[in-house]
Write a protein that binds this ligand. Structure first.
Ligand SMILES: [Zn+2]
Ligand SMILES: [Zn+2]
Length: 251
């Protein structure tokens, strides 16, 4: 019966131990969230197989947003498995061109450093979502007690996946400090297109009382720590706004 199967969330490391993660969601059927940087397809499928799941059985590939470390291998994994790709229409530009919107808008020194890294400016294979997301999307038809929830701000088309048990797969809504080098400590990812809107999305998800936040960079985060971080981030953004230093993407 839909709604009664527990969903297990399994991190699938794409780079390092948890510098960049995809996630495998196991309900009645397996669903993959995110795909890693370009050329990660085989590695991701090997890791899925290592969890006893035949990659050919993937019901769906959900892409959280239009950054290259999340959608870079979507076309390849789609081709290898035949699973349809779900992604929000507000990031169709990056999905159709294979390039993230540039320039990246750094959140701080880490972002300014990261923005220079070549691998963030490469072109991925473009794809067209077979399941274009425009609002909350129930995944019962794909064998999962979970739903896709739009959480814009990091990019306009950012989405999260919330399971019936309250596990939140949050993409880059929040990250670990230094991409996981300080595990368990919440921090902004290096870039946000709209940091204020991202914080509003994060708070909307925290209000749903998630049990854990699974993120693209670093291990899962405890909601209580993320809540305290959100208070500090609110104060930081207010200071930036008052001094006119908060940049937001307008295109
Ligand atoms: Zn991102
Ligand atoms: Zn990322």
């Amino acid at each position: 019966m839909p709604g009664t199967t527990r969903t297990q969330v399994v991190p699938i490391p794409v780079l390092g131990r948890h510098a960049v993660n995809a996630h495998l969601l196991l309900g009645r059927r397996p669903v993959l969230v995110d795909s890693g940087i370009p050329g990660s397809g085989r590695r991701v499928l090997d890791r899925i197989a290592a969890h006893g799941v035949d990659p050919a059985e993937l019901a769906l590939i959900v892409i959280t947003h239009g950054h290259i470390d999340h959608f870079g291998s979507a076309a390849e994994i789609h081709r290898l498995t035949g699973a349809p790709v779900a992604a929000h229409v507000a990031d169709l530009g990056p999905y159709r061109s294979g390039r993230a919107r540039e320039p990246y808008l750094p959140n701080g020194p880490m972002g300014r450093l990261m923005a220079r890294r070549r691998e963030l400016h490469v072109r991925a294979q473009p794809f067209e979502p077979g399941l274009p997301v425009t609002g909350e999307t129930d995944l019962a038809d794909f064998g999962l007690d979970a739903r896709i929830v739009p959480t814009p701000g990091h990019t306009a088309g950012s989405v999260s996946v919330l399971t019936g048990d309250g596990e939140l797969v949050a993409g880059d809504l929040i990250a670990n400090s230094f991409m996981g080098l300080l595990p368990g400590r919440p921090a902004n990812p290096p870039f946000h297109d709209d940091a204020r809107q991202n914080l509003a999305s994060l708070r909307r998800m925290l209000a749903l009382s998630p049990t854990r936040l699974h993120v693209g960079h670093g291990p899962a985060l405890a909601p209580e720590r993320v809540r305290r971080w959100a208070e500090r981030e609110d104060a930081r953004l207010t200071r930036l706004e008052r001094s006119g230093r908060l940049r937001t993407r307008t295109d």
